[in-house]
Design a protein around this ligand. Structure first.
Ligand code: PMP
Length: 293
């Protein structure tokens, strides 16, 4: 399956029914399109089972709460809709995108209480997010954009509006031949990449930014648990950019990125070391159900 994302074969689940893929449309006066009133999830199914499916559905509804949007469906209904979509699409290994948004309605100003909230679920095949970086380590730019304070925006939500600076950061990175950008936060600490969390290794210990102003990824939490189970010390703390000079290994985590080794961030270099390879391999086994969750 290839081509433009609005012109593919198959179906998309929209508000309780399947519609042909190319007909899953919204009106230009959709509130979300003007004011970013949209939240979403990115999930992956492995062998027919979505990894941490329920956690993703719960996070979607938490994101709705954070944006003052009523829940369009319950967690159980979303779970059933995701499973039905995968089945209808005949997919077992796929990326799953659930999206909730304020539609068009009687309101066209900033306030939108009278406009309905919709839900759509689409699935497609999506390979390695960073191409061949899994083997040799991704190259990252350092973004000029800073992750905002939680007093500026609901930073714990997986909300469309938070990705505006991510798209700009990634465009700038790609123009320099990098596959992503590392973003600092509003205080100048290391935060995360544009769609993935970051981890560093120094002398056998792991350091990762405290998730106090960006998405506390489900993969991030999973990987922290895996490391602690292995007896590896994980330090969740504020990290100064200059500390990267002393870090030996680095990787990114995310549903799309899975565990991707990083070889370079700006002028800082990292080796694709043993712990990085081990965690990437262990994560792969875990999501495929080859080891107990
Ligand atoms: N940060 C951002 C900005 C993201 O978009 C994602 C991907 N959802 C992540 C972190 C990682 O989150 P998760 O592990 O839940 O996919």
């Amino acid at each position: 399956m290839a081509g433009a994302y609005d012109d593919r074969e198959g179906v998309i689940w929209m508000d309780g029914a399947f519609v042909p893929w190319s007909e899953a449309k919204v009106h230009v006066l959709t509130h979300a399109l003007h004011y970013a009133s949209a939240v979403f999830e990115g999930e992956r199914a492995y062998g027919g089972k979505i990894f941490k499916s329920r956690e993703h559905s719960e996070r979607l509804l938490t994101s709705c709460d954070l944006l003052d949007m009523p829940h369009p469906y319950s967690v159980d209904e979303i779970e059933a809709a995701k499973a039905a979509t995968l089945e209808k699409m005949g997919m077992t290994d796929a990326y799953v995108r659930a999206l909730a948004w304020r539609g068009s309605g009687e309101d066209m100003g900033v306030a939108a209480k009278r406009n309905p909230v919709h839900l759509a679920i689409a699935t497609w095949e999506w390979g390695a997010y960073y191409g061949d970086a899994k083997m040799k380590g991704a190259k990252l730019d350092i973004s000029k954009w800073k992750r905002p304070s939680p007093e500026t925006i609901p930073s714990a939500a997986k909300a469309a509006g938070l990705y505006m600076i991510c798209t700009m950061s990634k465009h700038a990175a790609e123009a320099k031949g990098c596959s992503d950008a590392l973003m600092m936060d509003y205080r100048g600490y290391v935060a995360e990449a544009t769609g993935a969390n970051v981890f560093f290794v120094k002398d056998g210990e792991v350091h990762t930014p405290e998730a106090d102003c960006f998405l506390n990824g489900i993969t991030r939490q999973t990987v922290i648990g895996m490391l602690r189970d292995k007896g590896v010390r994980v330090n969740e703390r504020h990290i100064e950019p200059g500390e990267m000079a002393d870090f030996q290994q680095c990787w990114l985590t995310g549903t799309a990125a899975e565990v991707t080794p990083v070889g370079q961030i700006g002028d800082y270099n990292f080796e694709v070391g043993e712990l990085t390879r081990e965690i990437a391999g262990d994560y792969e086994k875990l999501v495929r159900g080859l080891v107990p969750a």
